[in-house]
Design a protein around this ligand. Structure first.
Ligand code: MUC
Ligand code: MG
Length: 373
């Protein structure tokens, strides 16, 4: 007889960022996480996290709406259910609730953590087993100031924390962005991979010009240059340039990636547990990508340690991540709410060991940073 779910709590946590993080649609000065705690009748607790970028700037779910979805709609359905049968619980939530993948991702993570603790195995084992224990991680330069970005990148290369960089562009005039990117690429040199994320800011004509310039400047990858729903533009651009495109907002899950690939897209995909509805769902998308010859990249919505570790367990099961990962979210925040932070070194991060996610909450820090009103 398996344990049943006894309680579910969704907690809003606000932590300032180490510097302003400037994207084409918003500038972040604080990151808000929704931390989910599920307790079962055996006394074990599973942790999950749902986090997005800039409130409603990135997608249709905000931290506040994720909390409301979990408190009002998921909790009454889940209480009293066996905690180990994730498939039954997923089917139930998908029947009652369309979309809301961030909220579903936090629940899937917490159930995996709970099951791992019960079976005394890491979450990666529940996902088929880790192939890698050290995962590559790039850093995003997004201070909005070229000189600061160069200083930041050179010191990260020197300390061996990161060797590859993603630049957030699209809020300035095209040629201003191109000059900024080219200056950074020239400063970090041949060995560093430099990519850009436009976060949908360009129309197709601007993207075509931008990609030609960026290709000439030695940039390796252009992420989501055009609006997410415009699959035709992504397909045409991916066929026009040898500089590959990374599809991000365009493809949340396996079926959206299938549609984009079937339309003729080639390039890469940013897997994100939050977009897909959980780590197991993100791996379904990875399987479609592999079948279609689309390169894998481990993406983030700038989650804190719990969400980042959930994704790391999933990415650890993939043999080849052609474009590495960007699982640096915890490093962008001034503080953490876990007892043992992740170990970032040698241009990557170690997969935590121990049952479940392998993460414990620091209750004092959580009490300090949780939203009071
Ligand atoms: C995004 O759109 O990819 C990932 C890294 C970063 O700085 O922002 C995110 C979101
Ligand atoms: Mg992106």
């Amino acid at each position: 007889m398996s344990a049943t779910i006894q309680s579910i709590e969704a907690i809003l946590v606000d932590i300032p960022t180490i510097r302003p993080h400037k994207l084409s649609m918003t500038t972040m000065g604080v990151q808000t996480m929704v931390i989910v705690r599920i307790k079962d009748s055996s006394g074990l607790e599973g942790l999950g996290e749902a986090t997005t970028i800039g409130g409603l700037a990135y997608g249709p779910e905000s931290p506040e709406s994720v909390k409301l979805t979990i408190d009002t709609y998921f909790r009454p359905q889940l209480i009293g259910q066996p905690s180990d049968n994730r498939n039954t619980l997923r089917v139930m939530l998908n029947r009652s609730t369309r979309g809301n993948n961030l909220a579903k991702s936090a629940i899937e993570t917490a159930l995996l953590d709970l099951q791992g603790k019960r079976l005394n195995c890491p979450v990666s084992d529940l996902l088929g087993g880790a192939v890698h224990s050290h995962i590559p991680v790039l850093w995003t330069l997004a201070s909005g100031d070229t000189a600061k970005d160069i200083e930041e990148s050179l010191s990260l290369i020197e300390t061996g924390r990161h060797c590859d960089f993603k630049l957030k562009i699209g809020s300035r005039a095209l040629m201003d962005d191109v000059r900024n990117v080219a200056a950074i690429k020239a400063a970090v040199g041949e060995t560093a991979s430099v990519r850009v994320d436009v976060n949908q800011a360009w129309d197709e004509a601007t993207a075509a010009r931008g990609m030609a310039e960026l290709q000439a400047a030695g940039i390796d990858l252009v992420e989501q240059p055009t609006p997410m729903k415009d699959y035709a533009a992504l397909v045409r651009l991916s066929q026009k340039f040898y500089l590959p495109i990374l599809a991000d907002e365009a493809v949340a899950d396996a079926s959206e990636l299938y549609s984009l690939a079937a339309a003729g897209f080639s390039g890469a995909v940013a897997l994100k547990i939050a977009k897909a509805g959980g780590p197991a769902r993100a791996l379904e998308q990875a399987a479609v990508a592999q079948a279609a010859g689309i390169g894998l990249y481990g993406g983030t919505l700038l989650e804190g340690t719990i969400g980042t570790v959930s994704a790391l367990h999933a990415w650890s099961t993939l043999d080849t991540l052609r474009w590495g990962t960007e699982m640096f979210g915890p490093l962008l925040m001034k503080d953490d709410i876990v007892i043992k932070p992740l170990n970032f070194h040698d241009n990557g991060v170690d997969l935590p060991e121990g049952p479940g996610l392998g993460i414990d909450i620091d209750e004092d820090k959580l009490a300090f940073y949780r939203r009071k009103a």
